[in-house]
Design a protein around this ligand. Structure first.
Ligand code: SF4
Length: 314
């Protein structure tokens, strides 16, 4: 089967002259031209594995089947998945074709797991759709999670309506200078807010759960508090409360851990201070957020993947 046949006509046209994400590189990804994300029109999967480290209601009792894509349309200085997200890293495309990916997902689903998460999908949305369609054609209808940095076009999210059960977007910054410095995307605050608003339009504030408390449908916004940037985090929370609602579900993360790339960075080279995190939690409570999760201060020890292993999180 030709690669083009995996995708809808419209998605093939987009990949041929790539304007999938806000970077709009116009690369022909079928001809192995690559744009900012560094990825062609193939599946670009680094790992399909069980992950138990998402929020308890997302992971459930048995964990979630996560599909980690290689490459990314943001180049965050502090990326916790830098082993697979950076251009030129060695540990990248392991699962290159659709059938292999489906086999691996099916094996994991047969172990009593019913949720499939697509991690860093913004530059591979046609591939995500192809995977969901292939699973459906095998008679499998897992709960689907779109786990995104939110540097997504509004149109992309609009187009995913009905295909995605759970949106799990980051909202990283509201200050363009900071998103430019740390993630090389000056327009991130406005682009991400627009994308998250569309997710909110589709899902509202309710997280629907099953009898075991595992999420089946809804929106959960994540925010990682960065060292030295508690004030930015407070602004992010205010923005969410004002532009969406303090009724949304929020995951306020303290798990930041400096990778070797930022070990010498003046601010990003350390973990978060307890006082910084607590100040943000206080604002979260003052703003009326009541739904969601906070983390322990030692969580940074538990969330460092090693993508050279078959099970990066085990
Ligand atoms: S998906 Fe990749 S190639 Fe396409 S516009 Fe975005 S960064 Fe560029």
């Amino acid at each position: 089967m030709e690669l083009q046949d995996l995708y809808t006509k419209n998605d093939s046209l987009i990949l041929e002259n790539c304007t999938l994400c806000p970077r709009e590189c116009h690369a022909d990804r079928f001809k192995s031209q690559v744009g900012y994300c560094g990825m062609d029109a193939g599946m670009n999967i680094s790992s399909v594995c069980i992950h138990r480290g998402e929020e308890p209601s997302i992971s459930g009792r048995n964990g979630i089947c996560n599909v980690f894509f290689a490459g990314c349309n943001l180049h965050c200085l502090f990326c916790q998945n830098h082993e697979i997200s950076r251009p030129g890293t060695m540990i990248r495309n392991r699962v290159v074709d659709l059938n292999t990916a489906i086999d691996q997902i099916e094996k994991i689903l047969s172990r009593g797991i019913n949720t499939v998460g697509f991690v860093s999908p913004s530059h591979v949305v046609p591939q995500v759709k192809a995977l969901i369609m292939a699973l459906n054609s095998h008679g499998l209808k897992p709960i689907t999670v779109y786990n995104t940095n939110s540097y997504d076009k509004y149109e992309t999210i609009h187009d995913l309506s009905g295909l995605i059960d759970i949106y799990l977007p980051d909202y990283k910054y509201v200050t363009p200078e900071l998103s430019s410095e740390f993630s090389d995307a000056f327009d991130y605050p406005q682009v991400a807010l627009k994308a998250i608003k569309e997710m909110y339009y589709q899902k509202g504030s309710t997280l629907r759960t099953d009898e075991n408390g595992q999420v089946e449908n809804g929106l959960l916004i994540r925010h990682l508090v960065l060292p030295g940037h508690a004030e930015e985090s407070k602004k992010v929370l205010r923005k969410i409360a004002e532009e969406l609602s303090p009724g949304v579900h929020l995951s306020l993360m303290s798990q930041y851990h400096p990778t070797w790339e930022v070990r010498e960075h003046s601010v990003l080279g350390r973990t978060l201070y307890k006082a910084e995190y607590e100040a943000v939690v206080e604002v979260m409570e003052d703003l009326g957020f009541r739904n969601g999760w906070v983390q322990d201060m030692d969580s940074h020890q538990n969330f460092q993947p090693d993508f050279s292993r078959e099970s990066p999180f085990e």
